[in-house]
Design a protein around this ligand. Structure first.
Ligand code: EPU
Length: 424
């Protein structure tokens, strides 16, 4: 198990390129199961979750080859419909294969993903959607068994209202509906750019979809789809993480290959906290030369402030002279990083789904433990800003979602090293 050793205090300076969106790729990859053939997914981030999805696709008979950031997928021999627990347990996004398998083959057996580090993350809306599309669903031995009720094995279009605007359920239902008979309408659909990008990819594969990027998406089912190539959109969460890293270290950086439009809520809060930003069509520069102002954030569905940046913001606010409120309205328990961040010397109190961060004291390096992907990122950021050495343990969480983080930070002047450690 690897760990990072960070010697804090360097001001981050320079230019880096942001990778393709992890959560974009994890939706695009299963979509290729909808049509037999070969695909080229450009700008795919080379990180652990993509490798996990590649292995799961392999279990389903598809061949995935990641060459740098070019992912080639061949689904010509993908005719298996069982997604085993061993793969699904590693990553919840594996559940995305349910919709494509069911739509293409009329049946699927997909392991339930189970809990996650910060509490329950149900899949009831995915299942509700598949039922509305004419599937019979049962849960046996930890697996969801789904079967199209229609004798021809086809799903049927229907109206699905999502009680919660779920990213995963919207993506899964969107993929399933492309091959269903008739028209499907999803209301309260996710607005997240990764879902819009998935919809555009499906359109390129021949799907008939309207309303992408709005809360009502309409899909007119077609008999078959065909392969297409796609370029993955930039990772807005990775970009936000590096912007906050620069803000925390009195830095001056430029990010390339970003979509500033996808980052509007984060940019707004960075400006409110005192950063100077310069924004162009696909670059963002940030300069910070003072302590941040205490700045409250409340996470919300897109285009609101992302829950995936909540932990990093909490870390940032440890440097602000005063108290800030960091409220998570998407995941009420996503605060495992709070006690670890406190170990660097700030006061962080969590009450229900809100953290009150009282900062302003100098942070001092400590040994801290990662509990999940974004929590790990928040600990790295705190280590960069702290005086002395910080050890961030269990960074395999971080490797799930950040491509070559220590290389990018080193390029920006950080003093960070990856060390192999014994199992702890
Ligand atoms: N929800 C339900 N029932 C469901 C599905 C979701 O009640 O069937 C609830 C969840 O409990 C949560 C809310 O809906 O309260 C939103 O969850 P959503 O389904 O939107 O999340 P997800 O699709 O499981 C994706 C990202 C997450 C990100 C969330 C929210 C991927 C692969 N994952 O998860 O990314 O936090 O959307 O934006 O796209 C990360 O990258 O670190 C990460 C966790």
């Amino acid at each position: 198990m690897d760990k990072f050793i960070i010697e804090g205090g360097a001001n981050l300076k320079g230019r880096i390129k942001i990778a393709g969106a992890k959560n974009g790729s994890l939706a695009l990859m299963p979509a290729t199961l909808l049509a037999s053939g070969t695909y080229h997914l450009k700008n795919t981030p080379n990180l652990r979750d993509v490798w996990t999805m590649s292995r799961l696709m392999g279990e389903l008979g598809a061949f995935c080859e990641l060459n740098g950031n070019d992912l080639f997928i061949d689904t010509t021999k993908a005719d298996k419909t069982i997604a085993p627990y061993e793969q699904v347990k590693k990553m919840r996004a594996s559940f995305y294969v349910l919709g494509p398998l069911l739509a293409r083959w009329g049946e699927a057996k997909v392991s339930l993903p189970g809990g996650c580090a910060w509490g329950p993350r149900p899949v009831d809306l995915h299942l509700k959607g598949m039922k509305k599309l004419g599937a019979e669903i049962s849960v046996e031995n930890g697996y969801v068994i789904a079967k199209a009720k229609s004798p021809n094995g086809k799903l049927k279009g229907g109206h699905i209202h999502l009680d919660v605007s779920s990213v995963g359920a919207s993506g899964n239902i969107l993929m399933a509906a492309t091959l269903a008979e008739g028209i499907t309408t999803i209301t309260n659909a996710a607005l997240e750019p990764e879902i819009t990008a998935l919809g555009r990819f499906l359109q390129d594969m021949g799907a008939k979809i309207s309303g992408l990027g709005t809360s009502t998406i309409e899909i007119e089912g077609v008999d078959e789809l065909h392969p297409a190539d796609v370029t993955t959109i930039p990772d807005r969460i990775e970009a936000a993480t590096y912007l906050i890293a620069a803000a925390m270290t009195g830095g001056h950086i430029e990010l390339q290959n970003v979509n500033p439009y996808h980052l509007a809520a984060v940019i707004d809060k960075l400006e409110e906290s005192g950063c100077e930003l310069d924004i162009n069509s696909d670059t963002i520069s940030l300069k910070m030369d003072k302590s941040p102002k205490p700045t409250n954030v409340t996470t919300a569905i897109y285009p609101g402030f992302p829950t995936d940046v909540q932990a990093q913001w909490m870390s940032y606010m440890m440097l602000a002279n005063g108290s800030s409120h960091v409220v998570d309205n998407i995941y009420y328990d996503r605060f495992k990083h709070a006690p670890e961040l406190s170990r660097l010397g700030a006061d962080v109190d969590v009450v229900d789904n809100a953290a009150i961060v009282t900062g302003g004291k100098a942070l001092s390096g400590a040994t801290v433990m990662s509990s999940d992907l974004r929590a790990s990122a928040s600990l790295v950021l705190a280590g960069l800003a702290a005086k002395g050495e910080t050890e961030v343990l269990r960074i395999y969480h971080l490797d799930r979602g950040y491509e070559a983080m220590e290389e990018k930070l080193t390029k920006l002047g950080a003093n960070i090293q990856r060390l192999k450690t014994e199992l702890i």
